[in-house]
Design a protein. Structure first.
Length: 105
């Protein structure tokens, strides 16, 4: 972690094996969605390492501020989603899908 004036501004995880050799447990990933500036804030948390977390929304076009990130227990991540067209909180919550590397294979 790189901390500047008490704030974490960057972080990086180091793995001592190639990703294909990692024996990843399937994490339990939970999300919550709330309205935010110009869109929605999606908070993602996990019970164990979730490598390569990917967010998607079925049938709703827009842009995530971040995607394909690692998620650690006790370190929730908030990602801003800006829809291309107006979308309700209910639609965003119901159509949100989260996948990690362990769930993809």
């Amino acid at each position: 972690e790189l901390i500047v004036e008490g704030q974490a501004v960057s972080d990086n995880l180091l793995f001592f094996e190639p990703y294909k050799n990692l024996d990843l447990a399937v994490p339990q990933i939970k999300t919550s969605v709330r309205p935010g500036a110009g869109g929605y804030e999606i908070t993602v948390k996990t019970d164990k390492l979730a490598r390569g977390v990917y967010l998607s929304l079925y049938g709703i076009d827009g842009q995530f501020a971040d995607n394909f990130f690692d998620l650690l227990p006790d370190k929730p991540v908030s990602v801003r989603f800006t829809p291309a067209q107006p979308a309700s909180l209910k639609a965003i919550s119901e159509r949100l899908a989260v996948t990690s590397l362990a769930q993809a294979f």
